[in-house]
Ligand binder design. Structure first.
Ligand SMILES: [Zn+2]
Length: 463
């Protein structure tokens, strides 16, 4: 299996460092607002990569952090007069719910920045001891001139670098190459702050990811992934902090997902083409059509997200689901044919070869649709021999462990939905709100949305 490594700018054969276990760190959401579809393009791609690694027989340990303290979360919480935890909690819940809606497999660890402060202080102390950092006006900065390899990931021209001049904000521009902040001294009276040997303050955003990744996955990780907008300064700074502290390579494969545009234009609130996942669901779009659209273009190509593409995704999904159902109900009583078994083998190989090539999902989906076409040519109306039915369905299920957009199960009947609604209403009466929410989420995962009115709870199937 090959992956494109941003660090070497080459396709490289991927082999994990330790046996069969792949360690992955993915920069998670900053929980100050609902995540938008651009964020979810990256998260869906990372989910596809994770699922494919498992398909290939690897074990995966993935960490996705929750940035619950940074410039943005603090500004928003202050605006609303809320404590940081109270403010971020609702967006953490919303994010988890969105992930379930898009059928993202839960990762193994979701560390929160505010619960990892001790380790962050320890890393800053190490960097100070080793002479890679300095204190100034109550803050601590990383001295980029102390690390000759600084800029390797993003390919910065060394001449642009201005060491000794520092920058305080978490996010800054590509031409603004300066000493970045590790620990921000407390400035405002009501700003969230923690005690440390360098005074009261809080960690910089870049530091958070270095610490949460190494704490959970060790000093050298197999894969670090994120959106391409994070290459500089975020990932460049993560490398600097980690490698300066440990003297070891921090990440073996840097994998970056390109951004998306919407209806041909850069997504922005002022153009009216900015969408959170929730806004698309409110418009009635099927979560699986959204997932399909987000994964169907290769991750290193720009994706033009359009409403037409959502409609087409819906059609592609029904084609596969109808095929599955037709095979499942085949009336062809013949014994098994060797030809079908051979077709499955050939298309499994085709799928695997495409996905092995830097996760070429277009080729992977192509293999699936060619398989369906060829079966239908040989067996009109998908009436495969009874003796092959099981293996055809198993093959579709197998591909769906990676693509994860198809619902091959039976649709829930109205009575079953009503039963769950009754159970939810009872749970609410008993003030068991977590059970009530669970049921609502379970239904949402199946494309069924509940609406509570004064008299009753109604449901709606999203199409
Ligand atoms: Zn990060």
């Amino acid at each position: 299996m090959k992956l494109y490594n941003t660090l070497s700018r080459k396709l490289e054969k991927f082999v994990p460092l330790n046996g069969n276990l792949v360690t992955i760190y993915t920069c998670g959401p900053t929980v100050y607002d609902y995540a938008h579809i651009g964020n979810f393009r990256t998260f869906c791609f990372e989910d596809l990569m994770r699922r494919y690694l498992k398909f290939r027989g690897f074990k995966v340990k993935q960490v996705m952090n929750l940035t619950d303290v940074d410039d943005k979360t603090i500004r928003k919480a202050t605006e609303q007069g809320l404590g940081l935890d109270d403010y971020t909690e609702r967006y953490i819940d919303a994010f988890m719910e969105d992930c379930r809606t898009l059928n993202l497999e839960p990762v193994e660890v979701y560390p929160r920045a505010t619960r990892t402060i001790e380790d962050m202080i320890a890393l800053v102390s190490t960097l100070l001891e080793k002479g890679h950092a300095y204190e100034k006006d109550g803050s601590v900065y990383f001295n980029i001139s102390s690390l000759p390899t600084y800029g390797r990931l993003s390919g910065l021209d060394r001449r642009e670098i201005r060491s000794g001049v520092s920058v305080d904000s978490d996010e800054y521009e590509k031409d603004d190459v300066r000493d970045f902040v590790l620990w921000k001294g407390k400035k405002e009276e009501n700003e969230p702050a923690w005690e440390s040997p360098f005074g009261e303050g809080r960690p910089g955003w870049h530091l958070e990811c270095s610490v949460m990744s190494m704490k959970n996955l060790g000093e050298t990780l197999d894969i670090h992934a994120g959106g391409e907008d994070l290459i500089f300064p975020h990932h460049e700074n993560e490398i600097a902090q980690s490698e300066a502290a440990t003297g070891k390579p921090f990440v073996r494969f840097w994998v970056h997902c390109k951004y998306l545009i919407v209806e041909g234009k850069k997504m922005s609130k002022s153009l009216g083409n900015f969408f959170t996942l929730r806004q698309l669901l409110e418009k009635g779009y099927d979560p699986m059509a959204i997932r399909y659209t987000l994964i169907a273009a290769h991750y290193r190509k720009q994706l033009n997200f359009t409403f037409d593409s959502l409609d087409n995704a819906g059609k592609a999904i029904s084609r596969v689901e109808s095929f599955y159902n037709a095979v499942n109900q085949t009336a062809n009583r013949e014994a098994s044919s060797e030809d079908v078994t051979k077709l499955i083998q050939r298309y499994r190989e085709q799928f695997t070869a495409a996905m092995d090539d830097d996760l070429n999902i277009s080729g992977g989906l192509g293999a699936l649709f060619e398989f369906i076409r060829e079966i239908n040519t040989n067996y009109p109306d998908s009436q495969v021999p009874q003796g092959n039915k099981k293996e055809v369905l198993a093959f579709l299920d197998e591909l769906n462990t990676v693509i994860a957009c198809f619902n091959f199960g039976e649709e829930l009947a109205d009575e079953e939905i009503m039963k769950l609604i009754d159970e939810r209403n009872q749970a609410r009466k008993d003030r068991d709100f977590s059970r009530a929410d669970e049921i609502r989420d379970q239904l949402k995962g199946m494309g069924i949305v509940l609406e509570d009115t004064r008299d009753a709870t109604r449901f709606k199937r999203l199409k």
